[in-house]
Design a protein around this ligand. Sequence first.
Ligand SMILES: Cc1cc2nc3c(=O)[nH]c(=O)nc-3n(C[C@H](O)[C@H](O)[C@H](O)COP(=O)(O)OP(=O)(O)OC[C@H]3O[C@@H](n4cnc5c(N)ncnc54)[C@H](O)[C@@H]3O)c2cc1C
Length: 449
Amino acid sequence: MAKYLGDWAGDYRGGALAVLRPASVSEVQVLMRLCGELGLGVIPQGGNTGLVSGAIDSKGSGLVVVSLERLSSIRQIDTENFTLRADAGCVLQTIKDACEAQDCLFPLALGAQGSCQIGGNAASNAGGINVLRYGMARDLVLGLEVVLADGELWSGFSGLRKNNSGYDLKQLFVGSEGTLGIITGVEVKLFPKPARTETAYLGLASFGAAVALLNRARRNCSDLISAFEIIGSECIELARLIDPGVRAPVLAPVQVLIELSSGPTVDLNRVLAGFLGGALEEGLVTDAVLATSAAQTHAFWAIREGLVEGQAKRGYHVRTDLSVRISDIPALIEQARRFVALEHPGWIPLAYGHAGDGNIHFNVLPPLQLAVAEARARGSEITAGLYAIAVGLGGSISAEHGIGRSRSGEFWSGLSPTHRRMVTALKNAFDPKGLMNPGCLLPSTETVP
Ligand SMILES: Cc1cc2nc3c(=O)[nH]c(=O)nc-3n(C[C@H](O)[C@H](O)[C@H](O)COP(=O)(O)OP(=O)(O)OC[C@H]3O[C@@H](n4cnc5c(N)ncnc54)[C@H](O)[C@@H]3O)c2cc1C
């Protein structure tokens, strides 16, 4: 069962009574009925790439893991209406490739796309690099099919883009992290595949300049930006742990990876070159390299992906997923860096993220000589300090990764009594026995009526 019980980063290794791998929706219904009769808690699991311990029970307290991996077919691609229906266990990359073959785009894009599943993406309301243009999973889901806690099937597929009749039930399941039901099918919006894409790697003097550049880019590039990633230069070392040959194309303390995409009638290269010319002239950007080939574009993105993998390779680290208003990004990073330098000297802060959405992963690496147990204990203190800084700026402790088991305590304690009452009422309405992913999102005791 090993592959279903540990997390991607190697931070947690849990247990389970059994791993069930249903091959059809009706098998999911049967197992949910059986688990209900036996009073067994169930953890729905997609690709198990989540970063908040939502799909594994790190305490190993006798739950059943239900893997959706055998429900893996694309059911339909409708190129006339730009929609797709797939089984929940279909891997995101498979969906993206199938859409591309039909000249369509499914824009959800993240580092784990070769392993994560569309059902997991919906359940965790995944974000990724294209959110500033296309939105999060929540904005892309048109309909869901869900097996409820008592084994009943709800099919919420309609293919409709507008359907303003009452509560939008699918949205309750998006981001519910397996706590309300098991998603067995997903219907999503597609877009025309962009005919043109331009990518540039930029050097800037500060995070403030990067935020000003984003604002300017949105106005100058007619909102054709599909990605705007900020990378602190200190992160490049981590990408080198994956590929020692990695070189940042620019030498600057703050680096930005910007991508524009459009249909065939826009002279995208001119739009980007014009915008960058102005930004260079004004000194907002200090250096810029435009990708002139697919290989160069790939090399730019390999830096962004490698720095995430490099952190996992280095070992335990403090990982956050903060969001603030875009204009507050410089303050967030400055305060967080100051906090680490003053209170945890020797720890190495990293700042990068989908800055176009105000999302910064402010991660902190322990000194290499520190024992893991000590690093973990100190890591909890650092995490708490970073959360306090984000909340102090009116931000969120979870921009896109969700709450899972790792953040349920902080999430719950940050809610108002009214908010808690509504969350508990919803949970109890859908899962009165508290069997759906106990301990995830809500602390366990709150799931009991
Ligand atoms: C290298 C890397 C990069 C990443 N980059 C990003 C990123 O840019 N943006 C981002 O948002 N995330 C990112 N992630 C996190 C992760 O990939 C996403 O959260 C992804 O959506 C999880 O999908 P999954 O299928 O792996 O779900 P899992 O990890 O298996 O599960 C996630 C949660 O959803 C529930 N769940 C899964 N499937 C179902 C289902 N069918 N029905 C009901 N509940 C279900 C689980 O119980 C769990 O609570 C990254 C992860 C890695 C490893």
